[in-house]
Design a protein around this ligand. Sequence first.
Ligand SMILES: Cc1cc2nc3c(=O)[nH]c(=O)nc-3n(C[C@H](O)[C@H](O)[C@H](O)COP(=O)(O)O)c2cc1C
Length: 203
Amino acid sequence: MWHNSENKGIFMSRNEETINYLKTRRSVPLPFLQEPAPTSAELEEILTIGTRVPDHGKIVPWRLISYSGDARVKIGEKLAALALKRNPDMDEDAIKAEKKQFLPAPVTIGVISKTSEHFKVSELEQILSAGAVALNLVHGANALGFGAHWVTRWFAYDDEAAKMLGASEGEQFVAFVHIGTASRRLEERDRPDLKEVVSEWVG
Ligand SMILES: Cc1cc2nc3c(=O)[nH]c(=O)nc-3n(C[C@H](O)[C@H](O)[C@H](O)COP(=O)(O)O)c2cc1C
């Protein structure tokens, strides 16, 4: 599959397994992600795959934060408190849901976009590279046999919540990629009709 004589990793031939994976890949929503977690070696592999992305100008305009173990419960408490501050009328069920924002997935990777002025690379291109990291983390998790779910939710856009989760001034979460063992497989969902989204330029 790989032409590796000069370690260039050039994709040489059709790979049915990869094609099938890419044509059938589906997210596994957070409630269906459970233990066992990736081992630390597996997580490092997922992170290595995740951070191997196009990056115009080699700026590395992103960074990652991992959340696991007791941190997930602590985060849930803090998010629930913040949500209640934002909306004092929240009912018990809604508060419970906030407490489970990082559960039951055993590990979550937060992807932070950190853009800077660049003479050639626009802010948009830098943000897109962070998005590529998020999707590659999903692919990496899937490739190692785990399910993954890319979400942002309200706390990606709430300054106080984002700070609590580790973002600094000027940084923006573009993803929380929850990773774990899938407890169920999802049905297919509708996909865009190629005829609707692809056209040929005719001048
Ligand atoms: C930037 C971004 C943010 C998202 N945020 C959320 C979210 O907050 N909550 C949610 O349920 N889904 C969110 N999603 C969608 C999930 O990833 C969703 O499960 C996914 O679109 C399913 O796609 P798939 O069937 O191709 O795996 C987000 C997707 C993207 C690209």
